[in-house]
Design a protein around this ligand. Structure first.
Ligand SMILES: Cc1cc2nc3c(=O)[nH]c(=O)nc-3n(C[C@H](O)[C@H](O)[C@H](O)COP(=O)(O)OP(=O)(O)OC[C@H]3O[C@@H](n4cnc5c(N)ncnc54)[C@H](O)[C@@H]3O)c2cc1C
Length: 377
């Protein structure tokens, strides 16, 4: 009997990159994704390092100029792509669209469980209330930091570490139109892929450019306020506050307490200007699955965790870069008959995961070191 196609759970960054790399090598794969197809989902900017976006050119069969033209975030006035020292700001929705080309994605398939007998391995999905099962030979779980597939593996506690880091981070998204309403100083956020940062004591404020839509004459930015957790932040850190209005009120109160911000931070972190913005609260999390446990679940259950499902850095971190590198490397170790050389894959990738996670945690801590007000524009 022919082997079933490789099942990939999650049409996120690692799942789609893997699917594209396998397609390039004519290895059949099907991606199962929980949500509906939505071309504007995740319509924000992410920063890819030079080696990361370069490594996508071959599997996508695209040249550098087209890659930048189709995916690059552009400066609203100069139209230049936002890049610095090789790093490039790309629109995540555009990246997803390009990765998805030619890939078989089954939308609205939420993976819920795995089961195995002596002869068959199957994965169960929820499809809007009804269930569907597939048989697989190899299943790659690329279903993100809260991976349901990882839960279904029932890893031992000692094989999986998930840390909630002691920081409170609020995120806002704003669209401004027409361009003539955008303060000149705010356009500096579009000059570097990592945007601009201002430290106000232990509070770090950042602004990044998300996109410039020339047809709608509108500019989109993301901004974050982050600070070390204090007594009384338990509901935020444990995410017991589910009421979006209460969170927005707390975000606005913290913004109102900031005095004498320099431009453009004064215009962005401004209670009155925040009306109509999309306001969120992020948990800063890091996680890591032990590589022996990854090896074991791949050999005994035919399941490999990939990207954030296996190791996650706090947002924004370099998680997308790591997810892409993992997927490209993994595709090299899958043979045309769907077999995987897990030892070689782990040898190439696993060592860097713990180090990357620790440096992302350290960067987060450094960002909040007490100091006088300081801008990194
Ligand atoms: C706002 C923001 C900004 C960021 N900026 C950067 C940046 O600048 N640079 C960087 O390197 N990283 C950045 N990151 C981190 C980066 O996005 C992640 O590390 C990366 O997306 C991880 O890729 P992944 O494929 O493992 O998971 P994801 O991209 O999260 O994909 C997981 C997919 O699985 C699907 N899924 C989940 N559960 C199921 C299920 N049960 N069944 C089926 N499908 C399921 C999800 O819907 C999703 O499509 C940012 C993250 C955020 C949120």
């Amino acid at each position: 009997m022919p082997r079933p196609p490789i099942a990939i759970i999650g049409a996120g960054i690692s799942g789609l990159t893997l699917a594209r790399c396998l397609r390039r090598r004519n290895i059949p794969a099907i991606v199962y994704e929980r949500v509906k197809d939505n071309p504007t989902r995740n319509n924000y900017g992410i920063t890819l390092r030079h080696d990361t976006w370069k490594s996508l050119l071959e599997p996508l069969q695209i040249d550098e100029r087209d890659f930048k033209r189709q995916l690059g975030v552009r400066h609203p006035k100069t139209d230049a792509v936002v890049e610095d020292d090789g790093a490039l700001r790309v629109n995540r929705a555009a990246l997803t669209r390009v990765l998805q080309e030619g890939v078989d994605v089954k939308w609205e398939h939420k993976s819920i469980d795995l089961s195995a007998t002596n002869d068959t391995r199957s994965a169960k999905f929820d499809r809007n209330g009804s269930s569907e099962a597939i048989e697989y030979g190899l299943l790659v779980a690329a279903d993100g930091v809260h991976s349901a597939t990882r839960s279904a593996l029932k890893l031992k506690q000692s094989d999986f570490e998930m840390k909630t880091l002691p920081y409170v981070v609020f995120n806002g998204k704003r669209r401004i139109k027409p361009l003539s309403q955008v303060p000149e100083s705010l356009l500096t956020a579009f000059e570097k892929p990592d945007g601009i940062v201002h430290r106000h004591g232990q509070v770090a404020l950042s602004i990044k450019g998300d996109f410039w839509d020339s047809e709608k004459d509108s500019v989109a930015i993301s901004y974050t306020l982050s600070r070390p957790a204090k007594d009384g932040d338990k509901p935020l850190i444990e995410r017991n506050i589910s009421d979006a209005e209460k969170l927005a009120a707390q975000f606005k109160d913290e913004v109102a307490a900031l005095k004498d911000l320099p431009p453009p931070f004064d215009a962005v972190f401004n209670k009155d200007q925040m009306i109509g913005d999309r306001l969120l609260h992020w948990l800063m999390r890091s996680s890591l699955v032990d590589s022996d446990a990854l090896q074991k679940s791949a050999s005994t259950q035919g399941v490999l965790l990939l990207g954030d499902a296996a190791h996650a850095q706090p947002i924004p971190g370099y998680g997308a870069n790591t997810a892409i590198a993992d997927a490209i490397e993994l595709a090299r170790h899958i043979s045309p008959d769907g077999k995987i050389d897990i030892a070689k894959f782990l040898q190439a990738r696993a060592e860097s995961w713990a180090g990357d996670k620790e440096s992302a945690e350290q960067d987060l801590s450094n960002l909040h070191n007490a100091g006088t007000s300081q801008s990194m524009l």
